[in-house]
Design a protein around this ligand. Structure first.
Ligand SMILES: [Fe+2]
Length: 172
């Protein structure tokens, strides 16, 4: 499940949008959901956010940014993008994947990504590179499982519902 904006950038500025628009959603995010490992990675972060405290939400948001939005994988000796922020921006895609890029590239480590600040109005100075999408998912799952939680949630595709491992009562 993915929530999408319906806003579209102004026709006078086709190469820039100040906020995510439907081009970003449909060119960047939607095709990646055809890959089950990517879908699981994205869902893992969403499920971990349920019942998480504000600090962990912030950590998970940074992980989301450095993977689902700006993640890279190694394939055949090259860096390839899977993050929607890259896939929907040919300028930043080149910046991130060019061999001579001035950006910093580090191995995908959700613990480090959870601490890594990021700019929102310029190209990223630091990218996290996974060995593969299953590797990105496995590391994210391990990080989420180590978070202190009041309950654990799993998605059940057979019933299209969220399963939690104990009774949960809303307090708001
Ligand atoms: Fe996005």
């Amino acid at each position: 499940m993915f929530f999408s904006t319906q806003y579209i950038r102004h026709a006078s500025k086709p190469f820039y949008t100040p906020e995510p628009d439907v081009c970003h959603e449909l060119l960047g995010h939607a095709p990646m959901f055809a890959d089950p490992a990517f879908g699981d990675l994205s869902q893992e972060i969403g499920l971990a956010s349920l019942g998480a405290d504000d600090d962990d939400i912030e950590r998970l948001a940074r992980c989301y940014w450095h993977s689902v939005e700006f993640g890279l994988v190694r394939e055949g000796g090259e860096r390839k993008a899977y993050g929607a922020g890259l896939l929907s921006s040919f300028g930043e895609l080149e910046h991130a994947c060019r061999e001579t890029s001035c950006a910093q590239f580090v191995d995908w480590d959700p613990g480090a990504a959870a601490r890594q600040q990021y700019p929102v109005t310029e190209y990223q100075p630091v990218y996290f590179v996974a060995e593969s999408l299953p590797d990105a998912k496995a590391r994210m799952r391990a990080f989420c499982e180590a978070l202190p939680r009041q309950f654990y949630a799993r998605y059940n595709p057979a019933t299209d519902s969220i399963w939690v491992d104990r009774a949960v009562r809303r307090t708001d």
